[in-house]
Design a protein around this ligand. Structure first.
Ligand code: SAM
Ligand code: DTB
Ligand code: SF4
Length: 336
């Protein structure tokens, strides 16, 4: 039995997050035999979470397309011909109707995304009304609007925002291969403003960008060494979009994807780890392995931002097959 497994087995108090991960420690986790890795992840998972609960979040694109950034994976960048029709910021009322439908379908968090480099101050009033309206329905609120100023972060907090999503996407070393219009430092800076404002952070990344295992390790190291660790950690599988530079990328090996979830779970024991984009193309069996590896959140509803997600009835069947229950709002043990 490895040292780490022994520690997890004999620990009388739950393992607390640590923030001193070195790349070698993380690579050693990636190198573990699959069965040992999953065993360790499952033990850590059960220390802080009910292993049969999975959070359901629903996404809405409140402002689609026409984004000035050049993220090489994204359907919404104006730099690539993806055939996506751009639209302006949605009306508050339409957003709240969508939120009510999501709540009725069992979602406990509503995530609103805008294809902006950063919000304009003139957009903030509408965004604030959206947060207040969704919060009044009893759901957790999440927004992803691009880079923020400290003042905008404070405004979002004041409106009652529970989570802000801002992904680091990959390792610091590989970032420049994927995005050139902003830096890794910019990303970390906004995450810092969100933390300073007292908002929970949702930060993760994408597998399938052409990265090496060491980049996956580097990405998880950066996330885990944030203090506090992001309360939500979305792990996306690249959805290849025609017209983008990554549109013809090779699919990620599902076993490697599951392993990465397990490493994230071990490194961030009190965070909700989300099996995020890409479920439409995954078997029930792959998703079951992701849950076994410690994923405990998914997006439900037929669309993500601009791409497909499994139908509600398909997810209902998946929950039944696996005996899963939806997680109630505000149950993350590390949330503010
Ligand atoms: N514009 C904001 C930003 O970039 O932070 C928010 C929206 S952006 C679409 C949110 C995240 O979705 C990205 O950081 C990326 O991790 C993920 N994403 C976007 N396109 C994707 C794709 N084709 N496949 C997988 N994940 C994707
Ligand atoms: C995250 O990490 N994944 C979500 C959410 N945060 C905003 C977005 C997934 C987008 C998938 C591609 C699309 O639908 O456009
Ligand atoms: Fe714009 Fe976000 Fe897409 Fe990048 S990921 S192009 S910032 S919408």
């Amino acid at each position: 039995m490895s040292q780490n497994v022994e520690t997890a087995t004999t620990a009388s108090t739950p393992i607390e997050p640590r923030h001193d991960w070195q790349r070698e420690d993380v690579e050693a986790l990636f190198d573990l035999p699959f069965n040992d890795l999953i065993f360790q992840a499952q033990q850590v998972h059960r220390q802080w979470f009910d292993a049969n609960e999975v959070q359901k979040s629903t996404l809405l694109s409140i402002k689609t397309g026409g984004c000035p950034e050049d993220c090489g994976y994204c359907s919404q960048s104006s730099k690539f011909e993806t055939g996506l029709k751009a639209s302006k910021l949605m009306d508050v009322e339409a957003v709240l109707e969508g939120a009510a439908r999501a709540k009725a379908a069992g979602a406990s968090r509503y995530c609103m995304g805008a294809a902006w480099r950063s919000p304009k101050d003139r957009d903030m009033d509408a965004v604030v009304e959206m947060i207040k309206g969704v919060r009044a329905m009893g759901m957790e609120t999440c927004m992803t609007l691009g880079m923020l100023t400290p003042e905008q972060a404070a405004q979002l907090k004041q409106a009652g925002l529970d989570y802000y999503n801002h992904n680091v996407d990959t390792s610091e070393e590989y970032y420049g291969e994927i995005i050139t219009t902003r830096s890794y430092e910019d990303r970390i800076e906004t995450i810092g403003y969100v933390q300073d404002a007292g908002i929970n952070v949702c930060a993760g990344g994408i597998l399938g960008l052409g990265e090496e295992v060491s980049d996956r390790a580097g990405m998880l190291m950066v996330l885990a060494n944030l203090s506090p660790q992001p309360q939500s950690v979305p792990i996306n599988m690249l959805i290849p979009i025609d017209g983008t530079p990554l549109g013809n990328n090779e699919p990620v090996d599902p076993i490697d994807f599951v392993g990465c979830i397990a490493v994230a779970r071990i490194m961030m024991p009190k965070s909700v780890v989300r099996l995020s984009a890409g479920r439409e193309w995954m078997s029930d069996e792959t998703q079951a392995l992701c849950f076994l590896a410690g994923a405990n959140s998914i997006f439900v509803g037929e669309a993500l931002l601009t791409t497909a997600n499994p139908s509600l009835s398909k997810d209902e069947r998946l929950f039944q097959r696996l005996g899963l229950k939806p997680m109630a709002a505000h149950k993350c043990p590390s949330a503010i």
